[in-house]
Design a protein around this ligand. Structure first.
Ligand code: CU
Length: 102
């Protein structure tokens, strides 16, 4: 019985649609600056600084910048199409990252 429950749990995990991936905003950087995900996955950006705010802005796509994210705040987005999605932080344009969706 226990064994079957384990097999079922593995199957459910493998079939799950939309994994969550976290990117931290720390030391004026996106960490990791590059993430590889699969179609349907969700990326969550979390500000783990002691002070100061950041944004997440997919400027190249013509999307709106996120609201300012203060320490402890997060913003998320899912990706439904394969591609390479570059983004930056509005207040700190040198702070950049990329999401690669496969
Ligand atoms: Cu920033």
């Amino acid at each position: 019985m226990k064994r079957w429950a384990g097999v079922l749990a593995l199957w459910v995990a493998g079939a799950a649609w939309g994994q969550d991936v976290e990117v931290r905003m720390q030391d004026m950087q996106f960490q990791p600056a590059q993430v590889h995900i699969r179609v349907g996955d969700n990326v969550r950006w979390l500000n783990t600084e002691k002070r100061g705010y950041h944004t997440v802005w997919f400027q190249d796509e013509g999307l709106d910048e996120s609201e300012p994210l203060f320490p402890g705040e997060a913003w998320q987005r899912s990706f439904d199409l394969p591609g390479r999605y570059e983004y930056l932080c509005g207040p700190h344009p040198d702070m950049r990252g990329v999401v690669i969706v496969e």
